[in-house]
Design a protein. Structure first.
Lengths: 153, 699
């Protein structure tokens, strides 16, 4: 199997995997970064969202051979102590129910806040398309607004 | 302070709690946070462990599937125990004797355990207080417990639970501890965030899919591609050549590929050459609905008859006669099914998502001929349940594969596997008829048919009107059905409440006022058996009317109302929509709930908001279609789920203040929302939507 160097959460890491292995499974099975979740495998649900060069990416649909040394950030690397404004807002508003999709939701929201620091409801509608069957969307929206305000402070 | 678990220390804990199960849990599971356990000195029952260092562990006995019981159940213990919640560590209990019914289903965890968990907490508190009283040589009545400290009221002397633990452990366990007066509750009913909130937002391993064990292999399973097909010949030559594939294991009706990674297992599965043989009829959804229509026309089996429908018809000046259709649905829980199993030397270790660990253990014992006491099973936090994991197939399958492959395995399902191998919310069709005069509903006739089971008929409007008839019948099918969030109620509430709105329109009455009138009639002069409490129904209808200022009009905003009772809980909802380019945009939902006492206000509100959004999602978007036994919608690109743009901007929730014991919360807010939404769409467009998914009707 070919060997790849990846730049994940500020570190260069090695993985030996078939060229077509999606980044998601490299993170989960080879690098033991299991915070990034598998939900559909076809870039629909967003549970596997990571950042590549600060842009949100559905990691289930990008093969390792295409990742190169682009800067990858996963939920484990979003902040050092779990104190990103979104993480704090998510806790404060008690957003999660089952919690499974929330890492992907937070990563999608973090990419949005990088692009638009104080998003409107329409910005949220246009940029977040992750699925949550528990139905936490109402609290997710509120948490994004709360986090945007925290960022300004 | 907590200390790392050492083997010696752990054995001590196990000895105190009276079981060896905890030991296997901690080594099996790297995700359930069982590594840190207090240096237990006092454990009067399975729920509570108190260390000499003052650390407190409370066990959450039921599976956590997103309904919040890992937080709410220990809260009940903590209230009676009188401890500072911030100092409590919560752990999910393994399946173990002493924990009672360890099931997640029927919105039953809190309502089923409220009293027992209070007793568990009160027992420990009483013994700690007694230990303090003995230490000080004062009467128990002069001592009080608060925030993990016992105080002698007159002298002000204090002892912390940690200091009392060793002595308390020597005392006799009281059989009937005195429970707190409910008016003295300080903690229950407050807002408490989920105990795993930090771990969730930082992506720590918490779920079955995150299980990583020494020597563990990854497996994927090729199962029949259609209902009615069974396994024929298998050629695994190419599969075994795939990088990382170690073994191919043939089961009764499926083939498992065991590999060194999930991706290798998936590629190995794709390389299998399997002949699937059609042994039964390959069914189609279109045929199901054609059969439903025929069944309804022929007449089905009456389940309730009050008064005389035929006689009432003769007096009517108007009739309504309409048909509703609801599609098959998949569970679509976000964590695709998976399970870890290690079967060796006549023993089995099982770990994974299930709502019924006890049933999984029983079936594994049966199928592998292993004694139940040689099987350990526990569950991590689960990425949704919604009834899917009341079925045991994922756990049992993993055990069979581990036994055959002779190694520990994690079996991982793909979304396509989940879609094709579900136990679906059955498709249903209803015909509703009403006989009316200009200002009165004389009679109501409901016929409901669906795959698998007949539809029950005791819910309101039964009991409130003189002439009522319900009938139904199930259609035999080889497409499997099961429980799906608020089973029965999730479809019945839509059709019955949508029809009620049609009746209100026809009678030109206010839908809220008319419901209140019906409940008053049911209260004053119930017709036949009354399956609900009219006063509680009224309590939520009145509250939601107040919350939403029902009766006032906002330009451009259209409203719908519905109410339903399920799992002993009463819910009433008002939904406000706008039209954007002719399509409904949900602005706000008001929801009033009567569920007895609320345990965790944040969690309870979250369940209600979530059920409302979940109900909107499944009214609007997804459906499962069978063609020749195969599911057409194979993944979320065609099995459409709600996105944040489709969700209401706000769901306002209020609970009717209540001193009664808690009732169900995970499900009851889902059933009425679809009817409230369809009524709002009618108010906005004049179009009645009688078929789900609504989005297809709104094109």
């Amino acid at each position: 199997m070919p060997k790849y160097s990846l730049f994940v959460n500020g570190k260069t890491l090695q993985a030996e995997a078939d060229a077509d292995t999606p980044l998601l499974w490299v993170l989960r099975d080879h690098l033991n970064l299991v915070g990034t979740k598998f939900g559909c495998g076809v870039a629909q649900c967003g549970a596997c969202t990571v950042h590549m060069n600060d842009v949100p990416l559905r990691s289930c649909s990008l093969p390792i051979s295409a990742v190169g040394l682009n800067k990858i950030v996963t939920i484990e690397g979003l902040s050092e102590k779990g104190d990103h404004p979104l993480q704090k807002a998510w806790e404060e508003l008690d957003v999660a129910q089952c919690g499974y999709c929330q890492a992907g939701q937070i990563m999608a929201a973090a990419a949005l806040l990088k692009k638009i620091p104080n998003p409107t409801d329409k910005d949220i509608d246009d940029n977040i398309s992750n699925i949550c069957r528990c139905g936490t969307q109402v609290r997710i929206r509120k948490a994004i607004h709360v986090a945007a305000k925290k960022q300004v402070k | 302070m907590k200390q790392e678990l050492t083997r010696r220390n752990f054995l001590r804990v196990s000895a105190i709690t009276g079981g060896g199960m905890m030991l296997s849990l901690s080594f099996l599971n790297n995700t359930a946070n069982a590594e840190t356990v207090a240096d237990t000195a006092f454990s009067p029952n399975v729920y509570i462990k108190i260390g000499t260092d003052g650390s407190i562990v409370i066990m959450a006995p039921n599976p956590e599937i997103g309904q919040g019981v890992k937080t709410s159940l220990p809260m009940i213990v903590a209230e009676e125990l009188c401890v500072d919640w911030k100092k409590v560590t919560v752990e999910l209990a393994p399946l173990q004797a002493g924990f009672g019914r360890q099931t997640a289903g029927g919105s039953g965890s809190v309502r089923g355990r409220f009293t027992d968990l209070r007793k568990a907490g009160a027992t420990a508190r009483e013994m700690l207080v007694a230990a303090a009283a003995q230490t000080w040589n004062v009467p128990v009545a002069e001592c009080m417990a608060e925030d993990g400290v016992v105080t002698h009221k007159s002298s002000g002397k204090k002892l912390a639970y940690g200091d009392l633990a060793a002595k308390a452990a020597t005392l006799e366990v009281p059989k009937n501890p005195t429970l707190k007066e409910t008016k003295d509750f300080k903690f229950l009913g407050t807002r408490v965030k989920d105990v795993d909130a930090y771990k969730i937002v930082t992506g720590q391993p918490l779920y079955g899919i995150d299980t990583r064990k020494e020597g563990m292999m990854y497996a994927m399973v090729a199962r029949p591609p259609a209902y009615g097909k069974t396994l024929g010949s298998v050629d695994d030559t190419a599969a075994l050549k795939v990088n990382g594939v170690k073994q191919v294991v043939k089961l009764k009706n499926s083939v498992a590929v065991v590999a060194t990674s999930t991706w290798a297992a998936k590629k190995g599965r794709e390389a299998l050459v399997i002949q699937w043989e059609a042994k039964e009829k390959l069914e189609n959804s279109a045929e199901h609905f054609a059969a439903f229509k025929e069944m309804i026309e022929k007449g089905t089996n009456p389940s309730r008859t009050d008064g005389d429908w035929e006689a009432a018809k003769q007096k009517a000046s108007k009739f309504l006669d309409v048909t509703y259709e609801l599609p098959t649905l998949s569970h679509g829980q976000m964590e695709p099914l998976n399970f870890y199993a290690n079967v060796q030397d006549g023993k089995a270790e099982l770990f994974g998502p299930t709502q019924v660990p006890d049933s999984v253990r029983k079936q594994v014992a049966e199928q592998l001929k292993i004694a139940e006491d040689k099987i350990t099973i526990s569950s991590p936090r689960q990425g949704g349940g919604f009834g899917r994991k009341l079925m045991t197939d994922n756990g049992v399958e993993a055990a069979l594969i581990s036994a055959a492959a002779k190694c520990p395995v994690q079996v991982q399902w793909t979304r396509e596997d989940d879609m094709q191998n579900d136990f679906y919310r059955p498709a249903e069709m209803y015909r509703y008829r009403a006989a009316l005069t200009a200002d009165k509903l004389l009679a109501w006739h409901q016929s409901g048919v669906g795959i698998g089971r007949a539809i029950r008929g005791d819910s309101y409007v039964a009991g409130a009107i003189e002439n009522y008839k319900a009938e139904g019948q199930g259609l035999k099918s080889n497409t499997p059905t099961g429980w799906w969030r608020a089973p029965g109620a999730n479809t019945l509430a839509f059709v019955a409440e949508s029809f009620m709105d049609e009746v209100c329109s026809e009678l030109k009455v206010d839908p809220v006022a008319y419901r209140l009138q019906l409940f008053e009639a049911a209260k004053q002069k119930p017709v036949g058996k009354l399956d609900y409490n009219p006063d509680k129904y009224k309590s939520v209808v009145e509250l939601v009317a107040k919350m939403s200022n029902w009766g006032t009009k906002t330009p451009g905003v259209f409203r719908g109302f519905a109410t339903w009772f399920s799992f002993n809980t009463y819910v009433a909802q008002v939904v406000d929509i706008k039209l954007e380019k002719g399509k409904p945009k949900i602005v706000k939902v008001y929801c009033a709930v009567n569920c007895g006492r609320v345990i965790n206000l944040s969690g309870a509100e979250n369940q209600i908001q979530g059920a409302v959004v979940d109900g909107i999602c499944h009214a609007m978007f997804p459906k499962v279609t069978f063609v020749n036994g195969a599911v057409v919608e194979k993944n979320f690109y065609s099995y459409s789920m709600l996105k944040i743009k489709d969700a209401p901007l706000d769901v306002v929730v209020q609970f009717v203040p209540s001193e009664e014991a808690p009732t169900g919360l995970g499900e009851p807010a889902l059933p009425p929302i679809a009817a409230a939404l369809s009524s709002a769409i009618f108010a906005a467009t004049g179009k009645r939507i009688r078929k789900m998914p609504f989005a297809e009707q709104l094109v």
